[in-house]
Design a binder for this molecule. Structure first.
Ligand SMILES: *Cc1c(COP(=O)(O)O)cnc(C)c1O
Length: 386
């Protein structure tokens, strides 16, 4: 079976009633025949049938051994960090998701330090690994400049340096339709399912998929001990949203490619740089071609008039693109990282990470691409009336 078919086939109908839509098991506990004698479910923090269907679904999509669903992407990230002991070190991608950066800061207090490195430089990444390094944390593509790192090379070489290093990939921006990090040699893949997997901007969810029993047992213990599980209703919403994942990613990637090409042509007028891994002038285009099936639905660009004010003018002039944080939904969104998602990043750090004052990020939805291009075009015209 092809991937699209497998995705749908793996959402089983209810064995009790035949219901084709997954039932929402909105229950905290389960009746037992005798103490400890039950149907595999005893308490919803530990196990829930609706959540289990979602976990099995992502296990198939990511070619893993097993998965765990959490109440948010960051709850998943937190569970992974809890695998580490005080004194261990993390090597992480330098333009890491802001929430993960904040969380890593908290872990400093517990004696777990992070070295940040530009992981698009694979050799430099490997040479940053020390004998204290226990975890390599990758995101590819990154937010918002869409840097792409060579997951296969970094996974292989990290393990050569030290076989018990865990390589984790935050696959949120790509989704399992675009790349499967476990197949490329990583140990754990994590998703903010809030974004592409659930796909409709209506739920917060996090998913972890691991490659073996040992990691599953350890993370299951952490999840049960800390309790940040995904609720039955949110599990259902994520299953429901995931069913159209292939359709959405294909359409969003096609739309994004056309929009990136349109913006690229505007580089002789309003636009300075365009960031999209599908463009041949993108810094990591060749790794993206090697590693990804599609180039994804996020496009960023900067303006010739490189000021906060110019960017604000553009992001408040679109009509179809709604001004909002987050990404990966059916509706197109526009965002100004410098004053929104990266507001708390010190200016110098932000500029060094390539997030200029005028940088604008688009999360492309499933609307008609001509309408989207017209909308951006008229918003860019607002600059000349400045
Ligand atoms: C949004 C996001 C997260 C955090 O997920 P939440 O569901 O918001 O907790 C983690 N990583 C990346 C790359 C994200 O975009």
């Amino acid at each position: 079976m092809k991937e699209e078919t497998k995705l749908i086939q793996n959402i089983l109908s209810d064995p009790l009633t035949g219901a084709i839509s997954t039932p929402i098991y909105q229950t905290s506990t389960y009746v037992q025949e005798a103490p400890g004698v039950h149907k595999g479910f005893d308490y919803t923090r530990t196990n829930n049938p609706t959540r289990k269907i979602l976990e099995d679904l992502i296990t198939h999509l990511e070619y893993g051994y097993a998965s765990l669903a959490f109440s948010s992407g960051l709850a998943s990230v937190d569970a992974i960090l809890k695998l580490l002991e005080s004194g261990s070190e993390i090597v992480a991608v330098d333009d890491i998701y802001g929430g993960t950066f904040r969380l890593l800061n908290l872990y400093k207090k517990l004696g777990i330090n992070t070295k940040f490195v530009d992981t698009t430089d694979a050799k430099k990444t490997i040479s940053t690994i020390s004998n204290k390094t226990k975890l390599v944390w990758l995101e590819s593509p990154t937010n918002p400049t869409l840097k792409v790192s060579d997951i296969e090379y970094i996974s292989k070489e990290s393990k050569k340096k030290n076989s018990d290093i865990l390589v984790v990939v935050d696959n949120t921006f790509a989704s399992p339709v675009i790349q499967n990090p476990l197949k490329l040699g990583s140990d754990i893949v994590v998703h903010s399912a809030t974004k592409y997997l659930a796909g409709h901007s209506d739920v917060l969810a996090g998913l972890i998929t691991v490659k073996n029993t040992d990691l599953y047992e350890k993370l299951k213990y952490i999840q049960n001990a800390t309790g940040g599980v995904l609720s039955p209703i949110d599990s259902w919403l994520t299953i429901r949203g995931s069913q159209t994942l292939y359709l959405r990613i294909k359409k969003q990637s096609q739309n994004a490619f056309q929009i990136a090409s349109f913006l690229n042509k505007k580089r002789n007028s309003e636009i300075d740089q365009v960031f999209y891994p599908g463009l041949s002038n993108h810094k990591n285009h060749f790794i993206a071609v090697k590693q990804q099936r599609y180039f994804g639905g996020i496009v960023s660009f900067s303006l010739k008039k490189n000021t906060i004010e110019s960017a604000k003018k553009v992001v408040t002039s679109t009509k179809i693109f709604k001004l909002a944080e987050s990404l990966g939904g059916t509706k197109s969104l526009i965002c100004h990282p410098a004053t929104m998602t990266h507001k708390s990043t010190p200016t110098e750090v932000r500029i060094n990470a390539g997030i200029q004052n005028s940088l604008i990020r688009l999360s492309i939805g499933i609307e008609n691409v001509e309408d989207l291009i017209k909308d951006i075009d008229q918003a860019l015209k607002s600059l000349s009336s400045q």
